[in-house]
Design a binder for this molecule. Structure first.
Ligand code: ADP
Ligand code: MG
Length: 348
């Protein structure tokens, strides 16, 4: 089951705006794309709008293929199916993305982990045939999980240890949003929103010269009900939550974000994590990786990483016990939605 709350919310908020470019007014143009298992919405205005949107759409489809582990001919699949220890030339783009993923693992004490692929599959999240694995099965799979089982080899090659397989699902949409930002820039787009399902990039503010309004889904209510609204003109905002993909068995809910320490859905006391950073190139990927990792790490460790300054980002957290937290760097741009009923706190 998936929900498209963030997308709906930000598109709704954008809907009232129609023209840009002052005297030589231009229409805001939009396309919808289905890729990476997600409904995606792109809007752009100014510059070579049509060419930008066409290039962006092509790029999303290219990445959907290139980063997929379910398409047999993708570089990820070639790497996953190679014999243990064999270097596979995955090309510069994927090599660099894997290198960044390994850095995020190190910085999050392993909470972010692209080698959870066999564990996600055991829960059925890859094939949509859900089941609850036995403890012994998870224990056996966890022996092949961990960033230390992925090796960056000469040039653009990568090798994996016996039994290790990678899944870039927690970083692919963020990387795609970085690519969208680059394409918009190449085409001189002045105002735009790219919403890749919980991964949002906004640029230029809206057509009335105000910041864009990004709806943050309330994880406890139906799609489109908000926990709050973030205002931003040039930013990435990525949300991870257990509500985005899950199944139920015997009254228990099992969601898709796995704690590498247990091989089970993370139970950290958080129901949603939104990571916000400015529009600097590469920040889309960072926000996506961190939103997943911090969901696993929980409130205290998430805030510890925020305070450490290792990465430059801000946070909106929703906790299981009914609190909504925003870090000081975005508090003046975030408006909680009273109807969600959370106790709101600003963290410094
Ligand atoms: P979404 O893809 O729903 O936007 P995320 O970015 O949080 O959400 O990524 C979740 C996906 O990443 C899962 O479906 C799974 O493929 C993979 N994954 C699950 N747990 C982890 C983890 N701890 N580290 C890295 N990838 C993970
Ligand atoms: Mg992620």
């Amino acid at each position: 089951m998936k929900r498209l709350g963030a997308l709906l919310a930000s598109l709704l908020l954008a809907g009232s705006l129609t023209a840009c470019g002052g005297a030589a007014a231009q229409e805001m143009q939009s396309v919808q794309v289905f890729a990476m298992d997600t409904v995606m919405g792109l809007q752009a205005c100014g510059g070579e709008t049509e060419a930008a949107l066409a290039a962006a759409e092509d790029e999303i489809y290219r990445l959907d293929e290139a980063l997929s582990r379910t398409r047999e001919d993708s570089a990820v699949s070639r790497l996953n199916s190679a014999a243990a220890g064999t270097p596979v030339d995955v090309g510069e783009e994927l090599h660099d993305l894997i290198a960044r993923a390994l850095d995020f693992s190190a910085a999050t004490d392993g909470a972010f982990d692209i080698t959870l692929a066999p564990v996600s599959s055991a829960w059925g999240f890859t094939e949509d045939v859900y089941r609850v694995p036995e403890d012994a099965e998870l224990a056996a799979l966890l022996a092949c999980v961990g960033a230390e089982h992925v090796h960056l080899e000469e040039g653009t090659a990568v090798s994996l240890d016996q039994g290790t397989r990678i899944d870039l699902g927690a970083i692919a949409k963020g990387y795609a949003s970085d690519r969208m930002a680059a394409i918009y820039q190449e085409h001189g787009i002045t105002h735009g929103i790219v919403d890749l399902g919980g991964n949002t990039w906004v640029c230029g503010g809206n057509l009335e010269g105000e910041p864009w309004q990004i709806g943050i889904q309330d994880p406890a209510r139906p799609a489109g009900s908000l926990a709050g609204i973030l205002e931003a003109s040039d930013a990435f905002a990525v949300t991870s939550g257990g509500y985005q993909r899950y199944f139920e068995e015997n009254g228990q809910v099992y969601h898709h974000i796995i704690d590498p320490a247990t091989g089970r859905p993370a139970e950290s006391g958080l129901t949603s994590v939104t990571v916000v950073a400015d529009g600097t190139a590469g920040n889309g990927t960072m926000c996506d990786a961190l939103s997943t990792a911090l969901f696993v790490m929980g409130e205290d460790r998430a805030l510890e990483l925020w305070r450490s300054g290792v990465y430059d980002f801000d946070l909106i957290l929703v906790t299981e016990d009914g609190r909504l937290l925003a870090t000081a760097g975005i508090a003046d741009r975030f408006r909680p939605d009273d109807s969600a009923g959370y106790a709101y706190e600003v963290v410094s």
